[in-house]
Design a protein. Sequence first.
Length: 235
Amino acid sequence: MAKMVGLSLVVKQGWMRKAVALLEENLPEAEYRKQLEEHLSYEIDSPTNRRKAREILMRIWYLNSEGVEALQEEGRKLIQKYPEKLTEIGWCMMPLAYPIFLDISRLMGKMFEFEDTITTTQIRKKMFDEYGERGTVDYSTTKIISTMRELGGIESSSVGKQTRVKVEVTNSEIVTFMTKVAMHLGGSSYYTFSALTDFPFLFPFEYKLAKEAILQDEDFVTTNFGGELSVSLKS
């Protein structure tokens, strides 16, 4: 069965900031949608593209996706507390709503381990291997790469060439949230503590995870095997 793509539009930073700002007003869904639509109408003339942008933004920042509701709620609280941290928090909210963002960012993270600059052509080819050579995959891949630029995780040194931006993360709450998202999306039942800073999809971020933060957060379950701390998420 073909994997779902769904994300077929460049999500602009200004749109994301508006979607985040509206969260503070605690609006019912219909009113949130209406105000977001009004904001987008200043930039997007096409009703079809405006609807796409609105629904993508709502799926990322307002609506819940099955199985990740608690993480999405934590992300919403964090972005309201630290609105200036859109890069870090937004990067984690995107794959909770759109798994293809995870696939592309994880792929790019692995590629950046070997090369400082990677090309859009390389990324598209590897995505075709996973999703099949569908036009929607090709289109979506380029849009997601542009969205990553809007988030501030990559830069384009020239057309079709991507370099990663190194973003230092020192806020312990955000580091903990990033870790929870990465563990959930990673698919393993548990991780060694030393592996918790080795998630390719978080390639733009440089951070240190304090052992105390893991031990003090009730969302984590820790055990000790052979002298090494193992960590899992509370089910």
